[in-house]
Design a protein around this ligand. Structure first.
Ligand code: IMP
Length: 429
């Protein structure tokens, strides 16, 4: 692995990034998250045992790695501590000495979750969020009234700002959303009690990471969600509230990227999306159900069934272009086995005209008709394939099509949930 690898998703999240991160983490010294929060859900299966992590980098399952949560991440301290306990129960050791949380991270507090939930329950303008308080926490960060990890350790400031914020949030919760207010004293006490348990993990993550890079350590940057959920370049407003592009990795950690950094776009062999928003290649028929069942397409964070459809390469090419990505890891190719033919979306038409670029207007995006190319399917089960030479010809053709259409290189193909199911196919072409 080069000194830096940034792994992100190039669709609407849930591309199987956890799996690709896990693959590179075997050779990394440091694994770092730079955006999002516990809206993410990275599922990793090691020798049949499944672990889902939402906040702590999934590289933690490799015992030699240092795991960092950068300032670009919004942190729910309760979830952070819960994950630490879960990992300890799984026998993952020495967490105090290798998991670090930036003191600049903004906190997700009770009122952020309450507001997220209240907004989603109110009719009209629903985004279909994970209700984890992500959007409201990023809003407060931009509005300069957020509370950060460092503030937890400043008694007066924490209590005073929490009280001021709750005055406003509780007014909204009670009078606008007509739901229960967040109890002030209880909330203050709860967070103050977490302080001591959090303390060993809090660090100047930016300084630490810069030092590690200087020493030549290998760093893996673990993205969450996907480019089509990016707050600027995604299908706004049906997006998350952070930047999901690979360039965010330097910003969200306050560290320069090593000179030889590889950007890897994780691309699922078909498309899925959770929550609301336009999805041109969505299959609402039996085939969509088949992909959902075969691919286990149920949210790792919320358990919601994911909407499924054909691979939308038109949207993926846009995502790869805005991200500057030239290397791709294709996941879940095994889910497509057994279909006679496969469709790939290579363009959109709108009111009889084909579009040259991804429309910014969500209304147009929800009206476009996908233009498909049809490829031959394959019957073989891919799960036991370990070498590129054994990949069935139509599957190789599918991968080649992705490369040629997007102008990228497919480096890795994942063919099953387990750590073993990754084929390095660079040499196959
Ligand atoms: P939020 O990030 O909870 O505010 O949700 C905003 C949108 O992003 C919703 O459509 C969510 O379903 C989606 N979303 C957030 N995180 C993930 C993820 O990790 N995978 C897939 N979709 C996500």
């Amino acid at each position: 692995m080069p000194q830096g690898v940034v792994v992100i998703g190039v669709q609407w999240g849930d591309e199987g990034k956890g799996k690709i991160v896990d693959y590179y983490a075997a050779s990394a010294d440091v694994v770092a998250r730079f955006q999002g929060g516990n809206n993410a859900g990275h599922t990793i299966v090691v020798q049949g045992q499944q672990t889902i992590l939402h906040l702590i980098p999934s590289g933690v399952l490799h015992p030699h790695t240092t795991c960092l949560v950068g300032s670009g991440v919004v942190v729910d301290p309760e979830i952070f501590l819960e994950e630490i306990e879960t990992l300890r129960a799984l026998g993952v050791n020495n967490l105090g000495g290798r998991v670090f949380l930036s003191d600049r991270c903004h906190l997700i507090l009770d009122y952020h979750r309450a507001l997220d939930e209240a907004r989603e329950s109110k009719r009209g303008g629903k985004i279909g969020t994970t209700k984890r308080g992500i959007g409201p926490a990023y809003e407060d960060r931009a509005a300069r009234r957020g509370l950060r990890v460092a503030d937890l350790f400043n008694d007066n400031l924490f209590e005073e700002r929490l009280r001021t914020n709750l005055e406003e949030k509780n007014f909204l919760l009670k009078n606008f959303y007509h739901v229960d207010a967040v109890p002030v004293s209880k909330s203050i006490l709860k967070y103050e009690q977490m302080r001591e348990r959090l303390k060993p993990f809090v660090k100047d993550v930016s300084a630490l990471l810069n030092e590690e890079i200087q020493k030549g350590k290998k760093v893996l940057y673990e993205g969450a969600q996907g480019v089509l959920l990016d707050v600027d370049y995604g299908t706004y407003p049906y997006v998350t509230s952070s930047q999901t592009l690979p360039s965010q990795s330097a910003l969200g950690l306050g560290a320069r990227l090593p000179d030889d950094t590889l950007f890897v776009g994780t691309l699922k062999a078909y498309s899925t999306r959770v929550g609301e928003g336009p999805f041109p290649t969505e299959l609402k028929d039996e085939l969509g159900t088949r992909l959902r069942e075969t691919g286990g397409e149920f949210g790792a964070t919320t358990g919601r069934p994911r909407r499924c459809g054909w691979l939308d390469l038109f949207a993926v090419k846009y995502a790869l272009t805005v991200s500057g990505i030239r290397n791709v890891a294709v996941t879940k190719a095994d889910v497509l086995s057994g279909l006679d033919e496969l469709k790939i979306c290579v363009g959109y038409s709108h009111e009889g005209r084909s579009l040259n670029s991804m429309p910014a207007d969500t209304a147009i995006l929800s009206e476009v008709k996908p233009i498909y190319e049809t490829l031959k399917g394959w019957r073989e089960d891919l799960k036991n394939i370990r070498a590129a030479k054994d990949i069935p010809a139509p599957c190789l053709e599918y991968l080649r099509f992705i490369e040629q259409y997007t102008g990228t290189k497919v480096n890795l193909v994942s063919t099953g949930a387990d750590r073993e199911n990754v084929i390095d196919i660079q040499r196959a072409f």
